[in-house]
Design a protein around this ligand. Structure first.
Ligand code: G6P
Ligand code: MN
Length: 421
């Protein structure tokens, strides 16, 4: 089996490789290709990757290249984890929206729109080349904003599934609190990428007993603290939102915090410098503890599980993925991309039925799904008007004067990445 990682020079790669090594029975890799234009990062990352494989007795080959077409040739799965413009562009996304009193974040709000506009054309070009080099390959998209990027891929007819680690992170956390194995915990997970809620926490599988009320009663404070959300909010909602809902439920408070702290991009850039120094040490042959300070925990387990299921191996039958709605959530268009539990196999992902959700959740989902539609339109076709329309539709922007000001800033800060600007 051949797997290609686009953006293989990412400091996240050792997390992935550690998963490939540990879970080699689930996903037997013969060849892992790390492709990245940044050869200065690729070599230290690949060096560590090879030592991780060697230490864990994995005999798969690890190949590096900056040639995407070669890298994708004959691949069975291609994982996208690229970041157009790197942390420098992210730093901008996290900064200029604050000037208009709006959250500055890599996937949410105006910053997330900027990232979508930079990313969608690049990912579509990568996917076209993958399709030519290996028509049978599955594309697993971890590149943000995952909802919009996956929607772009699926609308262009690609064999793609979007992946995020929020659900697996909560599954692991709840399992630990409940004192059961992670595989015992099945989440009723509903929403759009980075806009999700756990509406039930079931033991044993999709038909299992819902212990969410007990979990909240017994561990509500711990969970609230972890998500950095007020405990009474969880009790009122009666469901458990992801920490990304903080940008909505506590928007103005988050903006105040962001104004007084260094950006996450600056933190990550500093972490990456340290990580790359560690990776270059020939004595290091496991993923360093420092990597846990990035947000990608359990990304490797989720990616291995998904690739294994798509390629007909031992992956879990049900997994949380991003795929077309197709009537699953009746208040959203069929071609919206939703993040829910799905049956996953070699023919792709089919969402499990979702019990009806009330207006409190459905309203926000519908609003953000409409924004995502307009964001994709702006990413595909460009133009100031389309950017403005997407921002007017975003529930965290909405106001005309802010939308105008944010549109100007978005274009000014991203000119070099936007063909039409
Ligand atoms: C989580 C999210 C990812 C996001 C990451 C950011 O893993 O699910 O979509 O990219 O956090 O982590 P970072 O370390 O880059 O802030
Ligand atoms: Mn994510």
């Amino acid at each position: 089996m051949k797997l290609t990682v686009v953006g293989g020079g990412s400091t996240y790669t050792p997390e992935l490789v550690d998963g490939f090594a540990r879970l080699r029975d689930v996903l037997p890799l013969e060849e892992l290709v790390l492709v990245d234009p940044a050869t200065d990062r690729l070599e230290p990352v690949a060096g560590l990757a090879r030592r991780i494989f060697a230490r864990q007795g994995h005999d798969g080959r690890i190949v590096t290249t900056s040639d995407l077409d070669r890298a994708a040739d004959g691949a069975d799965a291609v994982l996208l984890q690229l970041r157009v413009g790197g942390q420098a562009a992210r730093e901008q996304d996290e900064t200029w929206p604050l000037e208009c009193g709006c959250v500055g974040q890599e996937t949410t709000g105006a910053g997330g729109l900027a990232k979508a506009l930079r990313t969608v054309p690049v990912v579509l070009d990568v996917a076209d080349r993958v399709r030519r080099a290996s028509p049978h390959a599955w594309i697993i998209d971890f590149t943000n904003p995952v909802g919009i990027v996956t929607r772009a891929l699926l609308r262009a007819g690609h064999k793609a599934v979007g992946l995020c680690n929020v659900a697996i992170g909560l599954q692991r956390k709840f399992a630990a609190l409940l004192g059961v194995a992670p595989a015992e915990v099945h989440l009723d997970h509903v929403g759009l990428n980075h806009l999700t809620w756990e509406t039930a926490v079931r033991l044993g599988g999709p038909e299992g007993k819902d212990v969410l009320p007990d979990l909240l009663a017994g561990h509500g404070d711990t969970i609230a603290e972890d998500l950095r959300l007020p405990r009474p909010l969880l009790d009122r909602l009666g469901v458990i939102p992801s920490y990304y809902l903080r940008y909505y439920y506590l928007h103005d408070k988050v903006v105040e915090e962001m104004r007084t702290r260094p950006s996450r991009a600056a933190e990550v850039a500093a972490l990456e410098r340290e990580l790359l120094t560690l990776y270059a040490d020939p004595a290091l042959d496991e993923k360093p503890a420092l990597l846990a300070r990035r947000g990608g925990a359990h990304y490797s387990e989720a990616a291995v599980d998904l690739a294994a299921a798509l390629l007909g191996g031992e992956g879990s039958a049900y997994q949380v993925v991003n795929t077309f709605n197709r009537g699953t959530l009746p208040f959203l268009p069929d071609d919206a991309v939703i993040e829910v539990q799905a049956a996953v196999g070699p023919r792709g992902a089919t969402p499990l039925p979702v019990p009806s959700v009330g207006p409190l959740l459905a309203g926000l989902m519908a609003n953000v799904a409409a924004y995502e539609d307009l964001a994709l339109d702006a990413a595909l076709h460009g133009g100031r008007d389309r950017v403005l329309r997407a921002l007017l539709a975003h529930p965290l922007v909405g106001q005309y004067e802010y939308a105008e000001a944010l549109t100007d800033r978005l274009i000014a800060h991203n000119r070099e990445h936007l063909a039409w600007a």
